[in-house]
Design a protein around this ligand. Structure first.
Ligand code: NAD
Ligand code: S2G
Length: 339
């Protein structure tokens, strides 16, 4: 059965880098069936990967055609970032090496920093001023910062890093603990870096039990768990998946990418906030200029950091710890890129 699709609106151009990789393999179908822009908006996919992957990428293009999706108005596969980013409304930067068991974060930065410098330069030259950029490739926050610093003609508010996967992981852990389904849990926060220093915080979160909305911390009523195993589980979930699968998370990463872009473009429900890695303006005492994960609401294609939440001593220590890691990653990136 095919849905009725209005042909009147111009198709949105969505660029996905790392398009022959495993996250993209879970992601592209969802974008092409309308999960980001909605059921009445056609999309054109621009797929970027490196030259040696072009044959594999052609296979992905064939599969997208074979999905026979009414919203998919075109697919362009290329190894040239300037072709890929040209005219893009959204650019999802997945293409980067994933961490393997035994690899440290700095090894990853060394392997991936140059990709984001090159892609920042390309975005600077060809991107639409309104392009929405989501960096997924790790270390995602610092790669987003590198991209932003090389795409100086674009507003800083166009750049983001994926921490929605961590946000979804935190919601899932709370839902499992309370014994409710995930849609009953809202307003958890991931502060800081998409790394093991991130701070998953439930102090402002709510869970619906017995038809009533209550504070997560009151319902769980176990500070040792909330400050201990809960935080550890969310912080180390990516590593646990690598250990088990011998591959980095992909299905859940693709779902989180869709959630992030959908909410940024379509808006967050009234009274709800989500976590996005965005440019810090110095709010909550976080050094300005970092790409740091904050609670945000989204409306009319714009995100707004939720300000004024009370921060207790435990939270402050955790928020500073993850900010310190980002400051140190920024120094490492500068060193690597100037070598
Ligand atoms: N932020 C998050 O929540 C999150 C979650 C999961 C994975 N990740 C990260 O996403 C990245 C991709 O993961 P994956 O599992 O899809 O990896 P993968 O190895 O399966 O795919 C990566 C793809 O990127 C391509 N690539 C490499 N250099 C490129 C370049 N310069 N331009 C375009 N494409 C390029 C590769 O050829 C490959 O096809 C990794 O860095 C991983 O750590 C982030
Ligand atoms: O390299 C890691 O430990 C994390 C990989 C990925 O970003 C994830 O969160 O699943």
């Amino acid at each position: 059965m095919s849905a009725h699709v209005s042909n009147s609106a111009e198709p949105k151009v969505v660029c996905v880098t790392g398009a022959a990789g495993q996250i993209a393999y879970s992601l592209l179908f969802n974008i092409a069936r309308g999960d980001i822009y909605g059921p009445n908006q056609r999309v054109i996919l621009h797929l970027l990967d490196i030259a040696p992957m072009m044959e594999a990428l052609q296979g992905v293009v064939m599969e997208l055609q074979d999905c026979s999706l009414p919203l998919l108005a075109g697919v362009e596969a290329t190894s040239d970032p300037k072709v890929a980013f040209n005219n893009a409304d959204a650019a999802i930067l997945v293409g980067a090496m994933p961490r393997k068991e035994g690899m440290e974060r700095k090894d990853l930065l060394r392997a991936n920093a140059k990709i984001f410098k090159e892609q920042g330069d390309a975005l600077n030259t060809v991107a639409k001023p309104s392009v929405k950029i989501l960096v997924v490739g790790n270390p995602a926050n610092t790669n987003a910062l590198i991209t932003l610093l090389h795409a100086t003609s674009l507003p800083k508010e166009n750049f983001s890093a994926l921490t929605r996967l961590d946000h979804n992981r935190a919601i899932a852990q709370v839902a499992l603990r309370v014994g409710v389904s995930v849609e009953k849990v809202r307003n958890v926060i991931i502060w800081g870096n998409h790394s093991s220093t991130q701070y998953p915080d439930v102090n402002h979160g709510e869970v619906e039990v017995g038809g009533q909305r209550k504070k997560i911390k009151d319902v769980i009523a176990d500070e040792a768990w909330l400050h201990g195993d809960f935080i550890k589980t969310v912080q180390s979930r990516g590593g646990a998946i690598i250990k088990a699968r011998k591959l980095s998370s992909a299905m859940s990463a693709a779902k989180a990418i869709v959630d992030h872009m959908h909410d940024w473009i379509q808006g967050t429900p009234e009274g709800e906030f989500v976590s996005m890695g965005v440019h810090s303006t110095g709010v909550y005492g976080i050094p300005a200029g970092l790409i740091y994960s904050f609670p945000v609401t989204c409306k009319n294609g714009t995100y707004t950091i939720v300000e004024g939440l009370p921060i207790d001593v435990f939270s402050r220590t955790k928020m500073t710890e993850t900010a310190d890691e980002l400051v140190s990653e920024r120094e490492d990136a500068n060193q690597i890129l100037s070598a």
